[in-house]
Write a protein that binds this ligand. Structure first.
Ligand code: SAM
Length: 237
């Protein structure tokens, strides 16, 4: 039995982190046909037939306890070398799960609780994620004095709208699904009404620089082109 090798990558700098991400992408590339397949296609297209025959022959006869240890990077001596290498490399590429101390990484970073109007439609998990992530994005955006934030894959706009309405950033939200765009716009209207009522009550002046673009089947290159058309500064987070 062998355990996983030590990870040769780090997140010390942005360059190190990118190198790590690139190594993961290169590792996954040969298996995209499997990763991106729907479960149904796994059966209808017999996708298992494209997996190395030696691996299948070996794993088919393994006791279940050994199979369950694969995600922990534990391999058996009698397995084919290529399978052992695959599992050990996979384990060595796993990103750290230990949470970074965001106060250290982003001095001045502060999470504020979302108002009930901005949190509408979110469950507790989503609310927590959006509270933390919006505070991180706000902190990075301020530190580089960005003009506009582009949220690619904005879904129903939970994050994008907090960045716009709560943190007052100019946001371009992009998604491939038009239905999400409709929900997002309806949500934005409700939130605007709320802030307009606050304006009448307290005399604040609110500005909502929020834009939604619906783009089907957007590829990375197209995203980059759209961003450069719309923005003078692009910050990649
Ligand atoms: C997990 S959801 C995003 C959640 C969202 N950021 C939020 O704050 O709630 C991922 C979204 O990415 C969109 N998406 C996936 N691939 C895309 C692509 N190539 N171009 C644009 N949007 C894409 C999907 O339509 C989906 O709405």
């Amino acid at each position: 039995m062998q355990m996983a090798m030590q990870c040769p990558y780090s997140c010390e700098t942005a360059t190190d982190t990118l190198q790590w991400i690139k190594a993961i992408v290169d590792f996954l590339k040969p298996f995209t046909f499997l990763i991106n397949a729907h479960v149904v296609n796994f059966f209808t297209d017999k996708l298992w037939e494209a997996v190395d025959k030696d691996w299948i022959d070996c794993l088919r006869n393994e006791p279940i306890e050994n199979l369950l240890r694969i995600p922990s990077g534990v391999v058996q001596d009698h397995w084919p070398d290529s399978l052992k290498e695959f599992v050990l490399t996979l384990k060595s590429l796993v990103l750290p799960r230990k949470q970074a101390d965001l106060h250290k990484v982003l001095p001045g970073w502060k999470v504020t609780s979302l108002s009930s109007v901005l949190a509408q439609g979110m469950n507790l998990k989503k609310k927590h994620e959006v509270e933390v992530l919006s505070a991180v994005v706000n902190s990075v955006a301020n530190s580089v004095s960005t003009d506009t934030i582009v949220d690619v894959g904005a879904g129903q706009g939970y994050l994008a709208q907090v960045l716009s309405f709560q943190f007052q950033h100019s946001v371009v939200a992009i998604d491939a699904c038009s239905q999400h765009g409709k929900v997002m716009n309806a949500r934005a209207e409700r939130i605007k009404k709320h802030y307009a009522a606050q304006t009448r009550k307290f005399g604040y002046l609110w500005d909502f620089p929020f834009d939604f673009l619906y783009i089907r089947n957007l590829q990375y290159l197209e995203i980059t082109n759209i961003m450069s058309e719309h923005l003078s500064h692009v910050v990649q987070l």
